[in-house]
Design a protein around this ligand. Structure first.
Ligand code: SF4
Length: 271
C-alpha cells in the first residue's frame, strides 16, 4: 500500500514529536520523507520490521514519482529554453542588452560576460553554468516579450516588498541572508574586497545607516544592491538585498531567489 504523508504519519511514525530527526513534528518529517526523499531512517524510533516494510513501499513510490515534489528549477529551465528555442538570438540580445558576434549572444554578467548559443550558456572561461544559474539566465532571456523594453526606474525594494514572496521569505533568510552574515560578520574588509572583485560599485553614500553598501550590475537591466550592518552591542549583524522595482519584468520570483543564492556563492568564492 502506498504511503502518503498522512499514512506514513499514522501507520509508521511514533507521533511523539521528539525532534530527534531534526524536524519539529513527526508530520513535518513525514512530509519531507514522502515528497523530498528524506531518509526514513533519520527517525530512530521506528520498529525495525515496520521500517523495512515502509522503506520498500517508499522505494516503489519514489520509482513511480508518486507524491514527489516536482523539481521546480528543472521545470522552469525547460519551459524557458522551449520558449526561446525558436526566437532569434538577435531579438533576445536587443531586448536584454547583449550583442551578437557570429552565432553567439554575448551578455554582460556581473563584471564579465556570458556566451550564449543554441547549445547552451558558457562563462568567460568556457565553463557551463550550474543548473540554477542557467535557470535564471534563461528565464531572463525569455521574459519581457513587450514592444518596448521595461527599463529600471532606480526605485529599489527589498525582496519581501514584491508580490507573492511570502512563501520564499524563509528561503531568502536561510539561503541568502544567514550565509552572508555567517561568512562576513566581523570581516567587513573581506566583504568589501569580495564585492570589488565581483564588480560591485560602492554606494554607501546613499545608505548611511549601513556599514557597507554595494551595487552589482547582474545583467544590463538587472541589478542587486547589498546592504550589510555589522553586529553591535545592541544588534546582531544584518543583511538586505535590494532590487529595482521593475525586476519582476526581467526575472520571476523563483529566479530572483536563484540569482540571490548564486550571488552569495559568488561573493563567498572571492573570500
Ligand atoms: S525522530 Fe521520529 S518520533 Fe521524533 S519527531 Fe522525528 S519522526 Fe517523530
Amino acid at each position: 500500500m502506498a504511503l502518503s504523508i498522512v499514512e506514513l504519519y499514522k501507520r509508521v511514525l511514533p507521533k511523539s514529536n521528539c525532534k530527534e530527526c531534526g524536524f519539529l513534528t513527526c508530520l513535518a518529517f513525514a512530509g519531507m520523507v514522502v515528497s523530498e526523499k528524506y531518509p526514513l531512517r533519520a527517525c530512530p524510533h521506528i520498529d525495525p520490521n515496520v521500517l523495512d516494510w515502509a522503506e520498500k513501499e517508499l522505494e516503489e513510490q519514489y520509482r513511480q514519482g508518486k507524491w514527489l515534489k516536482k523539481d521546480m528549477a528543472f521545470e522552469a529551465l525547460k519551459i524557458a529554453k522551449d520558449k526561446i528555442a525558436t526566437e532569434d538570438l538577435q531579438n533576445i540580445g536587443e531586448r536584454i542588452g547583449g550583442t551578437i558576434k557570429g552565432d553567439r549572444l554575448i551578455l554582460p554578467y556581473f563584471n564579465s560576460y556570458l556566451y550564449i548559443d543554441r547549445n547552451g550558456i558558457k562563462d568567460e572561461a568556457g565553463n557551463e553554468l550550474s543548473r540554477n544559474e542557467q535557470t535564471f539566465v534563461y528565464i531572463h532571456m525569455s521574459m519581457m516579450n513587450r514592444a518596448e523594453p521595461v527599463k529600471p526606474t532606480g526605485k529599489l525594494k527589498g525582496f519581501k516588498e514584491f508580490p507573492n514572496t511570502v512563501s520564499k521569505a524563509v528561503s531568502m533568510r536561510n539561503h541568502v541572508e544567514e550565509p552572508l552574515k555567517k561568512a562576513f560578520s566581523g570581516n567587513l574588509v573581506k566583504l568589501r574586497d569580495a564585492c570589488l572583485k565581483c564588480g560591485g560599485i560602492d554606494v554607501q553614500e546613499h545608505y548611511e545607516s549601513a556599514n557597507l553598501a554595494f551595487c552589482f550590475q547582474v545583467f544590463p537591466s538587472v541589478s542587486v544592491t547589498l546592504l550589510f550592518w555589522e553586529a553591535s552591542d545592541n544588534f546582531d549583524a544584518d543583511v538586505k538585498l535590494l532590487f529595482d522595482e521593475m525586476v519582476i519584468y526581467h526575472l520571476d520570483i523563483e529566479s530572483i531567489m536563484f540569482l540571490s543564492e548564486h550571488f552569495v556563492n559568488r561573493l563567498k568564492a572571492m573570500y
